[in-house]
Design a binder for this molecule. Structure first.
Ligand code: NAD
Ligand code: TYD
Length: 365
């Protein structure tokens, strides 16, 4: 029988972001997970503590701890690993948006490269206990851009083209180096574009949806024929769980949705789904489609070959129909107008300032 890694004290970095939030919720839904989650998040513009208010209420007296900290803060990372006897790190924290990385790459280098380095060092230098298992969440964008055919495998050479993907590629290399050089028990996953609840309205699906609802133009970059492979976020979370519990140390696993679409087809499907759910005609939304100037260095096509994780761990995406996944996503946004309003207005920041558990308070307990 294969060894199963036990998760007792799981440090999730970036747990207040889109995928981290979904992952924490996913873990608490699993009956076989009986451990504690330590959510370490700096709360940048894309981190929203309110995403987990109910989790704090349900599990806050033992199984869930929030620590507001920067992953670049080495003493804070070492202290957190020590205080909470962390045995597993799931590293999501990052600057995650390509357009922002074009406008200001510095923060991407800092958080994605230096932050990952600081975490790796904290894990490696930890005294008195075995080094924690370190799972690094990365992107298919490290592999560069595909032509009309083919798909990225785990052995595709790295060829990042944006400051974002270059910073993620550098972090992947560091993580792998810590395995080969220091024997740190790492795993890496490279996944395609995620979608679903809690995605910050800067990524294409929530941008288009919220603009539709407000009758604003839907800005399609370039000719709209760039292709992305859409992965429903909960499928991604389950893949990470499988890697954490049953994956092979030192290995990389690609995770994809088996759901390729051009951007223009995606936006049109989103128009249809939203029209159905809001009682409008799709044409009303489609008339808002506006082609705008292309993103510089815009990768043409991403596609994932996820056969390794299917073969080794039996994982496959369950949501492979874009209409189905978009219906779940749009329904969530329509049912959470307050979340949308607060995230967009910045009001949640004031709420957070009043309500978050300060790292200092938490650590002095
Ligand atoms: P996100 O931007 O929604 O969330 C990022 C989170 O990290 C936020 O909560 C933010 O506050 C936190 N954070 C940022 N800098 C930090 C720092 N210095 N210290 C501590 N916390 C910090 O991002 P996401 O979409 O949830 O992505 C999560 C991870 O998944 C990232 O590593 C990203 O590269 C990777 N990924 C995302 C996608 C996608 O489609 N969203 C696809 C492939 C890989
Ligand atoms: P995005 O959600 O930013 O993810 P990524 O750049 O990591 O793939 O963009 C997905 C695709 O949608 C990408 O090809 C760029 C395109 N796009 C638009 O056409 N309009 C937009 O307003 C945005 C944000 C993205």
């Amino acid at each position: 029988m294969k060894h199963r890694h036990e998760l007792n004290n799981v440090m999730v970095t970036g747990g207040c972001g889109f995928i981290g939030t979904n992952f924490i919720r996913h873990l608490f839904r699993k009956p076989e997970f009986t451990g504690r989650i330590i959510n370490v998040d700096k709360l940048t513009y894309s981190g929203n503590l309110e995403n987990l208010t109910d989790i704090q209420e349900t599990y806050g007296n033992g199984r869930y701890v929030f620590v507001q900290a920067d992953i670049c803060d080495a003493p804070a990372m070492a202290e957190t690993l020590e205080r909470y006897a962390v045995d597993t790190i799931v590293h999501f924290a990052a600057e995650s948006h390509v357009d922002r990385s074009i406008l200001g790459p510095r923060e991407f280098v800092r958080t994605n490269i230096e932050g990952t380095f600081v975490l790796l060092e904290a894990a490696r230098q930890r005294k008195g206990r075995p080094a924690p298992r370190f799972h690094h969440v990365s992107t298919d964008e490290v592999y560069g851009s595909l032509g009309l055919t083919g798909a990225f495998t785990e052995t595709t050479p790295y060829d990042p083209r944006s400051p974002y993907s270059a910073s993620k590629a550098a972090s992947d290399h560091l993580v792998r180096a810590y395995y080969h050089t220091y024997g740190l028990p790492i795993t890496i996953s490279n996944c395609s574009n995620n979608y679903g609840p809690y995605q910050f309205p800067e990524k294409v699906i929530p941008v288009m949806l919220l603009n539709m609802l407000e009758g604003k133009p839907l800005p399609v970059y370039g000719d709209g024929l760039n292709v992305r492979d859409w992965l429903f976020v909960d499928d991604h979370c389950e893949a990470i769980w499988q890697i954490l519990t049953r994956g092979r140390i030192g290995e990389t696993y690609n995770i994809g949705g088996n759901n390729e679409s051009t951007n223009i087809a995606l936006v049109k499907t989103l128009c249809q789904v939203t029209a159905r759910l809001t009682g409008k005609f799709p044409a009303q939304y489609e008339s808002l489609i506006t082609y705008v100037k292309d993103r510089p260095g815009h990768d043409r096509r991403y596609a994932i070959d996820a056969s390794k994780i299917a073969r080794e761990l039996g994982w496959r995406p369950t949501v492979t129909d874009l209409t189905e996944g978009l219906t779940m996503t749009v329904r969530w946004y329509l049912e959470h107008p307050t979340w949308v309003e607060r995230v967009r207005s910045g009001e949640y920041r004031a709420w957070m300032a009043k309500n978050y558990t300060r790292r200092e308070e938490e650590l002095s307990k």
